[in-house]
Unconditional design. Structure first.
Length: 541
């Protein structure tokens, strides 16, 4: 039986026994295509479900029979795509590794070829030799030293299955294109090589009211300091030649994984956390070994007018965040909601030594070390920036300490009330949360012991009027069964609709995306038998 989730209304955390936790991180590079899934038959799966939901995440840390140079951080693992093609209650499940050049070369060699990694190797003997470092240096100039696009996904190009350009992305400037039907790798795509791109951003954003994509790159010309270029990718723009919205000189080259847009502005938080790129050679090209906090410095905020390119600058207290939730304009103010977290988590949280060994007795430490979901208000008239956390009216340990925020994308850049997130305490005590930023009495938390959840994605019901009228889709690992399942939640009630166990597990992954335009003909979907008649089921999930 599926143990029901609990809507936590107390300050105490549901405690788990870490059952099956290590199996959640078992590598799986297997390939499979269009396997029909069976729902448990406990709820009414909406007949309007369509499009393709894709997860991207690490799946391979090393090569069979060779213990040398295995990745020591799960976040370094080679990328694998998993897709779910929806046609009402029918779902087809596929999985395939992203075949970047460094992955293909490493697979053929049976060992990691010279390339950048995020974290260092386990022993000094495994570290890159001087010759190998020179090879990586040369590849860096050609933008080929780092091509493991395992965290996130995006689409540029026209909004249709035939012409859409589907991408695996990370904070490096190149991207990798894949076929959303077969998940086969089409190839790498590179930005213009001059001025030299130094870094990009994994979290692209739709410009409100358009099908344009907004992103930015750090660039460096022959002379002068590095600068920031804000870019607009219209459907007709080639990847290497986007429209330049604005350029500006930042006071510091902060480590940035996401940003926000409103209807008129792009908003960038430049934290007092940097990666000292000039020291990459001596750090053996392990990027996160160079994460450095600039003590005593504040966070710089840059607001870019998407229409005129004008850039305005503000300051606020030192903080760090990997993920913005949303932003909008409110009179003279720009409101930005983000999920703070310790910057060092980028390096330390997902190291295998830490990740695989959660405490047996909970210490009550959240992933973001208790730093709460925060609202910033940038007053354009007074130039003052204020910030405040949200109330915890339901007294839940999970509700305000979440990450991986998800919203109804119809509200991107606009005033909104609902954000969905993922919260973890002591690694393995994982909950899904529904935070109402307008009325905290409506906050909700969903938790199942020894079930390990991940980022949700919101699918709006066609014709729906309410902000939360839709379905949430996510992947969960059942620690007791040691098996992954696809979970549908009703976005309004925050209760499960149904779930389908997967014939191939999905290890821990960070991000996914639903592509509503990626529909396939009904003939591609054989109707699978249901495990039981839902009419015979009594009670809730």
């Amino acid at each position: 039986m599926w143990k029901a989730g609990c809507l936590l209304l107390s300050a105490s955390c549901c405690l788990a026994d870490n059952v099956g936790w290590r199996e959640y991180f078992v590598e799986d590079s297997s390939e499979f295509h269009d396997l029909p899934l069976k729902w448990e038959g406990r709820g009414e799966v909406p007949d309007w479900l369509s499009g393709t939901y894709v997860r991207n995440g690490p799946a391979q840390l090393g090569f069979e029979g060779n213990p040398r140079r295995r990745f020591t951080s799960w976040l370094d693992g080679f990328a694998k795509l998993h897709s779910f093609k929806f046609s009402g209650s029918q779902v087809l499940y596929s999985g395939k590794m992203l075949e970047s050049p460094n992955y293909v070369a490493s697979r053929e060699q049976g060992e990691l070829v010279p390339s950048m990694t995020l974290n260092k190797f386990e022993t000094k003997e495994e570290e890159w030799s001087w010759t190998e470092r020179m090879t990586i240096l040369a590849k860096s100039v050609l933008l080929t030293a780092f091509d493991n696009m395992n965290p996130a996904l995006w689409r540029i190009g026209p909004d249709n299955l035939e012409e859409g350009i589907y991408l695996g992305v990370t904070d490096a400037p190149p991207v990798i294109r894949f076929n959303i039907s077969s998940l086969s790798t089409v190839g790498m795509m590179y930005p213009s090589f001059w001025p030299a791109p130094l870094a990009g951003c994994a979290h692209w954003i739709r410009e409100p009211g358009t099908d344009n994509s907004i992103n930015f790159q750090r660039k460096k010309g022959l002379l002068g300091a590095p600068y920031v270029e804000v870019q607009r990718y219209r459907p007709e723009d080639p990847f290497h030649d986007p429209q330049v919205v604005a350029t500006f000189d930042a006071k510091k080259l902060s480590s940035i994984h996401s940003f926000s847009v409103t209807e008129n502005f792009a908003v960038f938080f430049f934290y007092p956390v940097v990666i000292e790129g000039s020291k990459l050679f001596e750090a053996n090209f392990h990027v996160f070994e160079l994460l450095t906090e600039l003590e005593g410095q504040q966070t710089d905020i840059y607001v870019v007018d998407l229409k005129t390119g004008e850039v305005r600058e503000y300051e606020t207290a030192a903080t760090f965040s990997a993920h913005h939730a949303n932003a909008f304009e409110d009179g003279d103010e720009i409101v930005v909601d983000l999920c703070p977290t310790p910057y060092i988590n980028m390096r330390d949280y997902l190291t295998l030594e830490n990740q695989l060994n959660p405490p047996e007795i909970s210490r009550g430490v959240s992933t973001n070390a208790g730093q709460e979901f925060t609202r910033y208000r940038i007053n354009e008239r007074t130039k003052v920036v204020t910030s405040a956390p949200f109330p915890n009216t339901i007294k839940s340990s999970f509700i305000n300490v979440f990450d991986f925020p998800t919203i109804n994308e119809v509200y991107r850049g606009k005033s909104y009330c609902v954000v969905y997130g993922w919260s973890a305490i002591d690694y393995s005590r994982m909950a899904l949360v529904k935070k109402n930023v307008c009325d905290s009495t409506k906050d909700m938390v969903y938790y199942v012991e020894n079930h390990y959840s991940s980022e949700m994605h919101f699918l709006p019901r066609p014709g729906g009027q309410a902000e939360d009228d839709g379905v949430l889709v996510t992947i969960v690992f059942d620690g007791v069964k040691e098996q992954s399942y696809l979970l549908l939640l009703d976005a309004a009630s925050f209760k499960p609709i149904d779930r389908a166990y997967l014939p191939h597990n999905i290890p821990w992954s960070a991000h996914g995306m639903h592509f509503p335009e990626a529909n396939f003909p009904a003939s591609a979907f054989p109707a699978p038998p249901r495990t039981q008649d839902k009419k015979n089921v009594k009670g809730e999930l």
